[in-house]
Design a protein around this ligand. Structure first.
Ligand code: NAP
Length: 276
């Protein structure tokens, strides 16, 4: 029987996940379909019950449900529980089990760029949901120092103090972050600053970025934010948000099928989608 997969969210019409996963099902000869489901906040519980009753094999979860869904699942993996967000659900013998592949996907994408991640000092800009998934996953992966800069300092402090994994961290104000950017070999921009239509904005001055640094910006619209352009001018290696999106999808696909998929093919699929 054909297996059912999908993604729930609101809005959902422009999700790139159906094209990416359906292409992989074709590639690996898996008899399955992946559909987008528009689910408003008020319908979340009913939608999850319905998917379970239909025997869905797995689904992704996107804005605005990543936190609220936890209350409606049978089991939640410890990392997803610590992050407080689920983006992937797997049906395990009739039970819906929640995972977070956003943070681990980001880390896996970085590992493709640098083999020496563990020895790099990292600065994360931003302290929202994506930052939390990335910070916890990097700490779990053993990155020894991860400092944080966020416009609202209390949110950064709360994020650092709630992390269950051992990691050295300082919360910085804007001035200190800008002055000490040259101390980091890994800078990760997780705020929405620089996203369309506000493409000329910067989260902080990139003046002191050095050429030994990897600078990652998890935005993929535009593909190169002003922050990445400035980092590239300084000679830094840059990575955009397509990597995080592709690798969270790859890890979800692996959870569902046991196959770690062809990430280059997935990236080409996403870039085609973004190019219209
Ligand atoms: P979120 O939870 O709403 O957090 C937003 C973050 O941006 C907070 O740190 C917030 O700072 C900061 N921010 C927003 N506007 C700002 C401004 N004008 N000045 C200074 N700081 C500002 O959002 P999120 O879910 O973490 O998503 C953040 C970005 O990541 C979005 O652009 C999203 O599209 C992208 N994203 C990409 C992927 C991917 O797969 N590539 C996955 C998830 C998210 P305060 O705390 O001070 O408000």
């Amino acid at each position: 029987m054909k297996k059912l997969f999908g993604v729930i969210g609101d809005p959902i019409a422009h999700s790139m996940s159906p094209a990416m996963h359906n292409d992989l099902f074709d590639l690996y000869g898996i008899n399955a379909a992946y559909l987008p489901f528009h689910v408003s906040r008020g319908n979340l519980e009913a939608a999850v019950k319905g998917l379970k009753a239909l025997g869905v094999s797995g689904f992704n979860v996107t804005i605005p449900h990543k936190t609220d869904i936890i209350a409606h699942l049978d089991k939640v993996d410890p990392l997803a529980r610590a992050i407080g967000a689920v983006n992937t659900v797997k049906n395990e013998n009739g039970l819906l089990v929640g995972y977070n592949t956003d943070g681990p996907g980001f880390v896996k994408g970085l590992e493709y760029m640098a083999a020496d991640l563990g020895s790099r000092s990292a600065l994360i800009i931003g302290a929202g949901g994506a930052s939390r998934a990335i910070y916890f996953s990097m700490a779990q992966a053993g990155i020894g120092r991860i400092d944080l800069y966020n416009r609202t300092i209390q949110k950064a402090e709360e994020l650092v103090s709630s992390c269950p994994f051992k990691v050295e961290s300082k919360v910085l104000g804007q001035e200190t972050a800008e002055k000490t950017l040259d101390e980091y070999q890994l800078i990760i921009q997780t705020t929405s600053i620089g996203m369309v239509p506000d493409t000329e904005s910067l989260p902080l001055s990139p003046e002191k970025i050095t050429q030994d640094t990897i600078v990652s910006d998890i935005i993929y619209n535009p593909l190169q934010t002003k922050f990445l352009k400035e980092a590239s001018k300084k000679g830094a290696a840059i990575q955009n948000g397509v990597g995080m999106f592709v690798f969270q999808g790859a890890l979800a696909f692996e959870l569902w099928t046991g196959i770690f998929p062809d990430v280059e093919r997935m990236e080409a699929n996403v870039l085609r989608n973004l190019g219209g």
